[in-house]
Write a protein that binds this ligand. Structure first.
Ligand code: ASP
Length: 460
């Protein structure tokens, strides 16, 4: 059997939901359907999840949530009317939204907001289940609580509790009807709604595919394939129609981490656990094969498979003579950052210096001086300083492991484009090389690499 997940744009309106039903009916192996909340119908439109967050924020800040509530409700109302379904589902959504908004949010704002955010997926799945039934399909909405989707209490960025795999298998495998399952949320052991981080419906789909030992996890979105570079950086890639046909889990992890927005970076892990291929496909062109993500693949030496890029990083640079001989220096530095609650992305080091890279929002400017004070007090470095405005470009390809000279090609292309490299980091897996450049140089750098590796290459 296959588990299929449909993203926000695939359930954004009645026309899209009809396409979802056709796709499912075209293959009897498609037995579990995971849906997102309705997304944008066109440029400038709102995602239902964003509207729900707006409702919660307004309530928490004592503002008027009524306009946002009405917009959420009318999104569902429009779909229900166009599909000719009963209005009961819209009444139920309105009542449940008002009930959750009326709770006391002050005790735990994240928990309060999660319960509201999750309604987007819950009612999207309820609505889709009715739409399938109206087409004569035996389909049932399945509540994540009944199914055993247990999550940690890290509201807004929850993690799956491992016992869920067994529970989900026991509860879902025997079902004969088509399972329609909401993405993005589950329940804590105490019975509270908790959501994954944004875009987390991908994670739900991957978890169900792993729990049910699916033959494949089909992730339907709105692109024909994963592009080797972000089309916002190099629009030519869309015109050229170059998509990645196949990549490995490791390549996907690297690319998704550094800004490939088509697939949530945490969603690869459940698939790896159960060795399930992921097929990223287009709801609007289901005849296209899409991109396949597999455990291993044949590689062409030197072939770069994708170039990801991401802005919004800061660095902490610390230098101290003979740092290499001071036992525990880096451990203490990391402890200071851990005490400040900063997750670390990377840590290139030299003989007497170390640079710690983290995301801007992990340590706001206002808290940085206090961290510097602690470092100076405890570690007595020559210098310690923060800087912002760093972007990363990650060149990924299993084929780089077996060829000499890919790094030279990258660096020459960047030099020709006049890009100043602030940092270079090659992971020991040798399937990726990471370059730190300034925010402003990220786009020209990606374009230069696109031209070097893709625009002139003939790809199958
Ligand atoms: N609706 C949620 C979001 O916008 C989850 C998802 O679509 O995957 O983040």
């Amino acid at each position: 059997m296959k588990v299929c997940k449909f993203g926000g744009s695939s359930v954004a309106d009645a026309t899209q939901i009809r396409k979802v039903i056709d796709i499912i009916l075209a293959d009897p192996e498609r037995r579990v359907v995971v849906v997102s909340a309705p997304g944008k119908r066109h440029k400038g439109d709102d995602k239902v999840t964003d509207l729900l967050i707006d409702c919660a924020v307004r309530k928490l800040e004592g503002g008027d949530a009524a306009p946002a509530i009405n917009r959420v409700v009318s999104r569902y109302e429009e779909i229900v009317n166009e599909l000719g379904l009963s209005g009961a589902i819209v009444d139920a959504l309105r009542a449940e939204l008002l009930r959750r908004l009326a709770r006391d949010g002050e005790r735990n704002r994240e928990q309060y907001t999660d319960a509201i955010k999750a309604l987007g997926e819950e009612f999207s799945a309820r609505l889709c289940a009715e739409a399938f039934q109206a087409r004569g399909v035996a389909a049932a909405y399945v509540d994540p609580r009944e199914a055993g989707m247990l999550l940690s209490e890290k509201f807004g960025a929850a993690q799956l509790l491992p016992e869920s795999y067994g529970l989900l298998e026991t509860n879902l495998a025997p079902r004969k009807e088509l399972v329609i399952f909401p993405g993005f949320f589950g329940y804590t052991k105490a019975g509270e709604v908790a959501t994954f981080s944004r875009g987390g419906s991908d994670i739900t789909g991957a978890i169900l595919a792993a729990a049910l030992h699916a033959e494949s996890y089909e992730n339907f979105t709105d692109v024909d394939a994963v592009y080797p570079v972000d089309p916002r950086m190099s629009p030519d890639v869309v015109k050229a129609g170059i998509g990645i046909r196949e990549m490995t889990y490791a390549e996907m992890r690297e690319l998704a981490y550094a800004g490939f927005a088509v697939f949530h970076d945490e969603a690869v892990l459940p698939a790896i656990r159960a060795n399930i291929p992921i097929n990223i496909r287009n709801t609007n062109h289901p005849e296209k094969p899409g991109t396949l993500v597999v455990p291993t693949r044949k590689t062409i030496p030197g072939r770069v498979n994708g170039i990801a890029s991401s802005r919004g990083f800061s660095t902490l640079f610390v230098e101290k003579w003979l740092m290499n001989k001071e036992v525990g220096f880096v451990a203490q530095l990391l402890q200071i950052l851990a005490d400040a609650g900063v997750p670390i992305e990377m840590m290139p080091a030299g003989v007497d210096s170390v640079t710690v890279v983290f995301r801007d929002e992990a340590l706001p400017e206002s808290r940085r001086q206090a961290v510097l004070d602690t470092i100076n007090e405890r570690l007595h470095p020559n210098t310690a300083s923060f800087s912002s405005g760093l972007a990363f470009i990650v060149v990924v390809g299993e084929g780089m492991r077996t060829a000499v000279g890919t790094c030279a090609r990258v660096v020459s292309a960047l030099a020709r484009a006049g890009v100043n490299l602030q940092m270079v980091n090659q992971g020991s897996s040798e399937i990726s090389i990471m370059f730190g450049v300034s925010d402003e140089e990220m786009q020209p750098a990606v374009q230069a690499l696109y031209e070097e590796f893709f625009s002139n290459e003939c790809r199958p």
